[in-house]
Design a protein around this ligand. Structure first.
Ligand SMILES: [Fe+2]
Length: 259
């Protein structure tokens, strides 16, 4: 049994296409849309190929047609790209995103899995750190041996007592400084976090060819090319981020986006 774990595809079609792994089961932990500008083929791929899928906060926001007016970082990018996401998906796509469960329990090869985008306590929005104490508190009463998650865009495998937390990282928008698409494979009870190069410039080209505001194009290109947003004290230009303490920038931006 070979299980492919994907999360946070974020409408990055070239990144998703680069993952050519054979699998028996494919688990998708949400955030299929926003940020990237090719949501329709990504939704179609997930609908056709994934075995179990849960809803992410961005899927939820698009399904519910939530408009975001963020001034900073990822929240700003969510607001401006969501407008294009809505233009580029069908009613059926929107209904599909809205039909996804918030959490999913499934038994595979006698192992109990729980799929959530964020955490069991707050499946859509809670930002989880890779910390045993943090997760211990969130696993009380959870009947699963493996908890598959996403949301942070940071890959990790964490043992918490007898249980395992797996975050495969982000397919379409890694934020750990490595721009390659991130995913995970479980095979023979072993978890492997994997990275694959993809044609980043194809993704960047869709951004430059869009009618997004120029600052958004620059920020998105930076994230796709570097796997992170530069900190405001790095000397690189970044609009409207001066008030955010540098050390907290990425965390703050992710939390701000989680609406
Ligand atoms: Fe995400």
């Amino acid at each position: 049994m070979r299980i492919l774990l994907l999360a946070d595809i974020h409408a990055n079609w070239p990144a998703l296409q680069a993952i050519q792994e054979p699998f028996d089961v494919c688990l998708v932990m949400g955030d299929i849309v926003d940020y990237g500008l090719e949501p329709a083929p990504c939704i179609e791929w997930v609908r056709q190929r994934a075995t179990y899928v849960v809803r992410g906060n961005h899927d939820h926001g698009v399904a519910q047609q939530v408009r975001i007016n963020g001034k900073n970082g990822f929240k700003y990018l969510t607001g401006v790209t969501r407008i294009l996401t809505q233009e580029r998906i069908s009613q059926a796509d929107r209904r599909y995103l809205g039909s996804l469960p918030i959490s999913k329990r499934v038994t595979i090869d006698n192992t109990k899995f729980l799929l959530v985008h964020a955490t069991p306590r707050d499946p859509l929005d809670e930002y989880a750190i890779a910390d045993v104490d943090f997760w211990s508190r969130r696993l009380e009463g959870v009947d699963a041996q493996v908890i598959c998650t996403g949301h942070t865009h940071l890959p990790c495998v964490l043992e918490v007592g007898e249980r395992l937390i797996i975050n495969p990282g982000s397919v379409g928008q890694p934020r750990d400084g490595d721009p390659r698409a991130s995913y995970a494979i479980i095979e023979n009870q072993r978890v492997e976090l994997k990275r694959i190069e993809y044609p980043v410039e194809e993704t960047v080209r869709t951004v430059w060819e869009s009618n997004l505001p120029e600052p958004a194009k620059a920020l998105l290109a930076e994230v796709f090319r570097t796997g992170a947003l530069a900190k405001p004290d790095s000397g690189r230009h970044r609009p409207e981020l001066g008030a955010t303490p540098a050390n907290d920038l990425l965390r703050t931006a992710e939390e701000a986006a989680a609406v």
